[in-house]
Design a protein around this ligand. Structure first.
Ligand code: NAD
Ligand code: UD1
Length: 340
């Protein structure tokens, strides 16, 4: 196929793994990333792994002129839109930045896509849009009621997309709601490398195992779950990346016109199960202490992944052991993460 796929946020955690898969699948890609939460080195590692070049643009989705010139100069067939800020706690402290970056940035991108007549999009939403759904299992038609600013930015973008599609049926949109992506490419060359203190469980455990942190604070062991700790739907990043390739194929073929799709395994694991599995694959002890619950946390939630199976013919392949194994492989080969 002539033309490229524009990947915003393509040097980030999910974007880098997806970019590699797209290159391996034969797509030409252009990555646009402002490097606010990623490193230039990621680009070189993707190229090395793919054994294939691509264009990288150090740029920002909020920069209208830059988007205009990208869409004017390049033949773009579709956009996969990862770029965004994602730290829940930060979103409460810096709401203006979150609305500006995520909502205004996305609006800008969609406007310029429409002007350039590029109407095929895969968007990174989050299970956080369900908020506190009242039942642990989330289906795509579960009511949306995000409880934090980050989640609200995602819901606003989803709503904008619903409105765009209604007004202009030519758009083809797949809106992916990720549950808890973890793990890394099996080579250990790319992986999750949060800047500053990680917020999420797996990078915290990995950094404890490598000796960068002393112990894990387990947020509560008195939930109504089998061992009392919170249960989540962790999903291997390779499965997440494959789902993007499948989504892109569907919209490029015109098989899907507009769909919200959960990306999860449907099988939740507790904090203690993650610790135990990580210890068994890394042969490292993960010291932990039970503390009080984290504000805003739910006892458990997980995806009903059946729509992804029906629509994308995609199903998560990897289990918790493989997720921990690849997280550890990445962390042990890159103790300080990416260098540059
Ligand atoms: P990430 O921070 O690793 O990647 C996001 C990338 O976007 C980074 O490389 C960052 O530099 C870039 N970026 C941010 N703002 C930008 C801007 N204005 N212009 C250009 N580039 C910009 O995050 P990730 O984990 O790869 O997540 C990707 C997307 O998926 C995000 O939109 C996130 O909200 C969403 N998501 C992630 C998770 C998760 O657990 N990782 C869960 C649900 C949804
Ligand atoms: C968090 C976000 C959610 C976001 C998701 C993926 C909050 C309240 N929710 O959800 O919006 O979509 O990340 O990016 O921040 N845990 C500990 N100790 C820690 C860290 C986590 O015990 O130091 C526990 C949590 O209580 C939870 C589990 O580990 O039970 C997973 O936590 P985390 O990785 O932060 O994911 P979510 O809670 O699903």
């Amino acid at each position: 196929m002539e033309g490229s796929i524009l990947i915003t946020g393509g040097t980030g955690y999910i974007g880098s793994h997806t970019s590699l898969k797209l290159l391996n699948a034969g797509y030409e890609i252009i990555i646009l990333d402002n490097l606010s939460n990623s490193c230039l080195e990621v680009k070189d590692r993707i190229k090395k792994l793919a054994n294939k070049g691509f264009q990288f643009i150090n740029g920002d989705i909020r920069n209208t002129n830059q988007l205009k010139s990208i869409f004017k100069d390049k033949k773009i067939n579709a956009v996969i839109h990862f770029a965004g800020l994602k730290a829940v706690a930060d979103s409460a402290i810096y709401p203006l930045e979150y609305y500006e970056n995520n909502v205004v940035g996305s609006l800008n991108l969609f406007k310029e896509m429409a002007s350039a007549n590029i109407k095929s999009l895969v968007f990174s939403s989050s299970a956080t849009v369900y908020g506190n759904p009242g039942m642990p299992i989330c289906k795509e038609n579960t009511p949306l009621n995000p409880v934090n600013v980050y989640g609200k930015t995602k819901l606003i973008i989803e709503d904008i997309l619903r409105n765009i599609k209604k007004a202009d049926p030519e758009w083809r949109i797949i809106n992916l709601r990720y549950f808890n992506p973890v793990g890394a490419h099996p080579s250990g060359m790319i992986g999750e490398d949060p800047k500053g203190t990680p917020n999420n469980l797996m990078p915290l455990i990995s950094q404890i195992a490598i000796g960068r942190r002393k112990k894990l604070l387990v947020f509560g062991d008195n939930y109504n779950t089998p061992d009392g700790t919170g249960r989540r739907d962790y999903i291997h990043i390779e499965d997440v990346a494959n789902a993007h390739v499948a989504s892109l194929e569907k919209i490029l073929k015109g098989d899907v016109l507009h769909m919200d799709i959960n990306l999860g395994t449907g099988k939740p694991y507790s904090v203690l199960e993650v610790i135990k599995t990580f210890e068994s694959v890394s042969l490292k002890k993960i010291p932990y202490e039970i503390t009080k619950r984290r504000a805003g946390d739910l006892a458990e939630y997980y995806a009903d992944p059946s729509l992804a199976k029906n629509i994308l013919n995609w199903k998560a392949k990897f289990d918790l052991r493989k997720m921990c194994l690849d997280s550890w492989n990445w962390q042990s080969k890159n103790p300080s993460g990416f260098i540059n």
